[in-house]
Write a protein that binds this ligand. Structure first.
Ligand code: ASP
Length: 414
């Protein structure tokens, strides 16, 4: 799709996402509010003459502070109940980049990433080294508990209960053909496939059948909700069912005690399949009036991840990349397949080779699925202001700000 305006001076534009997953209906309003606030902050930076880097940092900061999203406070917890955050920020003008991973005591990792980008000859810091670098440059350390919200403690408990009850976490199996083909319980973390199949039946694995499913949102001015269209390819998985698919009493519970514990969970946490829970990594790409691109991605990673695990989001060329000579990109979704395909760089290279950002976005999601059975979402922005958005998850939250107004949507697969 094209938002470019005929003018020699670049028209600033900001494009953001707030995750791609099987978002239930009752989470939509919070995402819409969060996206709107992030658009406002990022656009305010751009319209005041700020750089693309300023706008991306501002938009991502707002989403890190909003505990709706899996970034900053409110993120998923690691297996041992802590928050570990990853973020990357990249300047397409000069390719300067800053990344941090596995930080536990920084409220806004995207701001630490900015410090790395600007003040270090290095590109990437992890763990306590990243925290030390951030404090040396003025950031305050907080206690990890300040990043934890009760909702996530409950979510982790429910997930681990389900795991202990014999429902394996196959989050990381999809990238390995042998393990996927050997599993009777395909990972539907980002697909929103039939939850009942995950909970027990031996649904045939169609991961490598060569089919593809992805959605290309069509930006509309419909104030209620933007439209979207499928691409006409046959979906491999059943229609998304996570919305309102609450666990029947006892579906996850093995004992009366567990059933009682489940009853205490809020509705949004009682989705049948715990692996369908939130994947709200956030990201932004921007083009400023000076003609420069930037991209940023920030995440708490995946639910119950092993401590020290790093996903695609903060890895250069995987979940984030920006180059004025190609495009700016941010991804969300199941991190391991995205990393293996270096998908962000794959997508911007297609733009450099002449594809429109929309075609490159759609092709990237198709490639993710066809090659590794992965699920996720992508936003792409070319140096001429053309944008692309695609995802093969049940829903994806996104927003666009230009001089002519702001638009947002929670795109839903048909
Ligand atoms: N890509 C992120 C990760 O794997 C998760 C997400 O996008 O929600 O860490």
């Amino acid at each position: 799709m094209s938002t470019a305006v005929n003018s020699s001076k670049p028209q600033p534009i900001l494009l953001i996402h707030g995750g791609a997953w099987a978002m239930p209906d009752d989470a939509v309003a919070a995402h819409e509010r969060g996206i709107a606030a992030a658009l406002a902050a990022g656009w305010s930076a751009l319209s005041r003459g700020g750089t693309a880097v300023d706008a991306v940092e501002a938009a991502v900061t707002i989403m890190e502070d909003d505990d709706t999203f899996d970034a900053g406070r409110g993120s998923f917890l690691t297996r041992d109940g802590r928050v570990q955050l990853d973020a990357l920020l990249m300047n397409g003008a000069d390719l300067r980049t800053g990344g941090v991973a596995c930080v536990e005591r920084l409220r806004n990792p995207i701001q630490a990433a900015r410090l790395v980008l600007e003040k270090s000859p290095h590109v990437y810091f992890v763990g306590t080294g990243a925290e030390r670098f951030a404090t040396q440059h003025g950031m305050r350390l907080i206690d990890n508990t300040e990043l934890i919200v009760p909702r996530e403690r409950n979510r982790l408990m429910a997930f681990q209960r389900a795991e202990a009850a014999g429902h394996p976490d196959t989050t990381f199996s999809g990238g390995d053909p042998t393990s996927v083909l050997g599993s009777a319980t395909p990972d539907t973390t980002f697909s929103g496939g039939d939850p009942t199949s995950v909970l027990g039946s031996a649904t045939p694995d169609t991961t490598f059948s060569g089919n593809s499913e992805f959605t290309t949102p069509v930006i509309s001015t419909d104030p209620e909700r933007s439209r979207f269209e499928g691409d006409g390819l046959q979906p491999v998985h059943s229609a998304p069912k996570a919305t309102g698919a609450l666990a029947p009493e006892g579906a996850l519970a093995q004992t009366a005690l567990e059933a009682e514990a489940l009853r205490t969970l809020p509705d949004e946490l009682r989705i049948e399949d715990p692996t369908l829970h939130s994947h709200d990594t956030v990201g932004a790409v921007a083009l400023d009036q000076y003609g420069n691109l930037a991209a940023g991605t920030s995440t708490g990673g995946t639910l119950s991840k092993a401590p020290g695990r790093v996903g695609d989001s903060s890895l250069i060329g995987c979940g984030c990349y920006a180059d004025n000579l190609s495009a700016a990109v941010s991804l969300t979704g199941w991190g391991e397949p995205i990393m293996k395909l270096v998908l962000g760089k794959w997508a911007v290279d297609r733009v450099a080779a002449g594809a429109t950002p929309q075609d490159a976005a759609s092709e990237a999601i198709a490639y993710l699925y066809n090659r590794l059975g992965g699920h996720g979402g992508i936003i792409l922005l070319g140096p001429d202001g053309q944008i692309g958005i695609a995802h093969n998850t049940p829903r994806m939250a996104w927003g666009i700000a230009t001089a002519t107004g702001h638009q947002q949507g929670i795109t839903r697969n048909p």
